[in-house]
Design a protein around this ligand. Structure first.
Ligand code: DLZ
Ligand code: SF4
Length: 511
């Protein structure tokens, strides 16, 4: 072959991808490979594996229907070496291309591998920027220059100015940049979230399900509830559903939690954005159009735009500029092993049982469940960041390290010492009781502060503050809780410590 080998990874399923832009169907070959290494580098949810592989197969079919030659290696293909390195080597031997083109992998682990491919293959490698993001790598690096305490809110405002989204001249529409204070309502009794039908697996997806069930025995979670979109058309359907049925109330109930309802009014578009079936610009433009035609209020649309234009771009920028050192920090010195119930869901703490149950059933939990239930628990219990991060990276359909790591390591665990968030998101049972319906049917009582039936989040919260006083005591955003800790009687402090020690010591046994 005298053309180019274009290697497309499982989260690069966009027709506008930089590696496909100048394709010559007469001379070039697209390479896509299903490899065991990508399914096992962390223990994955079985639905995440199926989502990626089924979407890859559908994307390959769409390229072929355009007349593009796709060399597609399935997980069970004879001779499959099980790794990107091995499969690229084999494909180069098969096709003898002039060069290889690849869009930069999103995960540091794979980017590092890719940087070695030119030498390993003895061929020119054109490693192109992933320009599906709204802020380029260089633009973010420039934005970071000279900032000692970078903050998402400042970045977000600059991105609003750059795109002109929700702007009136130099000012934000409505007078505020951020409507978060309006977005913290608990769910009124009787309010029903929209029913999501999901997408029934077609023959291609079903064959992936059979293959994955056979080959990925150690994977987590259930497969019989698989209902993800695996094509761009269906992902666009999911976007339309969100805009019409969920966006109007998305803002109001963004922080609310309800047993058995991981979706509520959330977009649930992150898996599609993160594997490339949808692009950030189109989802933002759809939300803006809903605001313009009056079908969704400003607090909802601004909240959504902030997630995609602000937060998503910001965490990626931080990841790219801070790796690989970022993953190594452990500001609070947290060392406890991940309790087994993160994998089984078997715990008496109902909020955790429900959140982990949602995760098992759907490879999804919404961001407040991830931050304020599992994340908050991991923070308060002092779980080792690397173990918690591997869990989040594996179990969520939308988790790729560039987005998962800053959210877990930085925002949830404060392991980066405050680079991402200015304070740890620590909360006691009162917050969970206010924002959810979990506590009513729990074995523990959120109103009790100490003793065997007290909500563990209550004493773990004070124990966490006491144990981390050296690191956190001077944080101005924690001034109030530390003042309250100081006011606590010695007797109460001892009780908190005793309750916390008993609970933590028995984590795997009693939970
Ligand atoms: C997540 C995933 C899985 C489970 N399997 C594959 C695969 O077999 N082939 C592939 O190209 N990509 C897969 N992926 C997505 C990759 O892990 C993802 O592209 C890289 O981590 C990005 O750096
Ligand atoms: Fe969770 Fe505590 Fe409420 Fe139980 S009482 S659901 S452990 S917050």
């Amino acid at each position: 072959m005298s053309g180019t080998l274009r290697f497309i990874l499982g989260d690069q399923l966009s027709r506008s991808l930089s590696a496909l832009r100048d394709i010559d169907p007469a001379r070039d070959v697209v390479l896509m490979v299903e490899v065991a290494e990508e399914t096992t580098y962390v223990r994955h949810h079985v639905q995440k594996i199926v989502l990626v592989l089924a979407a890859m197969r559908h994307f390959a079919a769409a390229l072929r229907s355009e007349g593009i030659t796709v060399d597609y290696v399935t997980l069970d293909a004879a001779g499959n070496t099980g790794s990107f390195d091995g499969e690229l080597q084999r494909a180069v031997a098969r096709h003898q291309p002039e060069r290889v083109v690849l869009t930069e992998p999103g995960e540091w682990r794979v980017l590092t591998q890719a940087r070695g491919w030119q030498q390993a293959l003895g061929l020119p490698l054109d490693l192109r920027e992933d320009d599906r993001f709204l802020c380029s790598r260089a633009e973010f690096a420039r934005w970071m220059e000279g900032r000692r305490a970078p903050r998402m809110e400042h970045f977000y405002r600059d991105m609003r100015r750059k795109t002109g989204w929700l702007m009136q001249g130099k000012d934000p529409v409505g007078g505020e940049w951020n409507y978060d204070p309006e977005n913290r309502k608990s769910l009124p009794k009787g309010l029903q979230a929209p029913v999501r039908a999901g997408f029934a697996p077609d023959a291609i997806t079903q064959s992936v399900m059979t293959l994955v069930a056979q080959r990925c025995e150690g994977a987590f979670g259930s497969l019989d509830t698989f209902a993800w979109a695996v094509t761009r058309t269906d992902a666009q359907g999911a976007l339309a559903f969100f805009i019409q049925h969920c966006l109007p109330q998305f803002g109001d109930y963004q922080d609310a939690m309800q047993a058995g309802s991981p979706w509520l009014f959330h977009a649930v578009l992150s898996p599609y954005l993160n594997i490339g079936l949808l692009l950030p610009t189109e989802v933002c433009e759809a939300a803006l159009a809903a605001w313009q035609d009056g079908s969704a209020p400003l607090n909802a649309v601004e909240g959504f735009i902030r997630q995609v234009l602000g937060w998503r771009e910001y965490v990626r920028g931080l990841y790219l500029t801070q790796m690989p050192a970022y993953a190594q920090s452990n500001f609070l010195g947290a060392r406890r092993a991940l309790p087994a119930f993160f994998w089984t869901g078997q715990t008496r703490l109902r909020c955790l049982r429900e959140t982990i149950g949602d995760t098992q059933r759907h490879a999804y939990a919404h961001h407040i469940q991830r931050l304020m239930i599992t994340g908050n628990f991991a923070l308060l219990a002092g779980l080792a960041p690397a173990e918690v991060e591997a869990w989040y990276l594996g179990v969520y359909a939308d988790a790729f390290e560039w987005v998962e790591l800053p959210n877990t390591h930085g925002m949830a665990l404060h392991a980066d010492g405050g680079l991402l968030g200015s304070k740890p998101y620590a909360a006691s049972g009162a917050y969970i009781d206010r924002m959810s319906d979990y506590c009513g049917a729990c074995a523990y009582d959120p109103k009790l502060k100490t003793g065997p039936t007290a909500c563990p989040f209550n004493y773990l919260y004070w124990n966490f503050l006491a144990e981390n006083e050296t690191q956190l005591g001077r944080n101005p955003r924690l001034a109030m809780p530390y003042k309250n800790l100081q006011k606590m009687t010695a007797e109460r402090r001892l009780q908190v410590q005793a309750d916390a020690s008993r609970f933590l010591a028995s984590l795997d046994g009693v939970g």
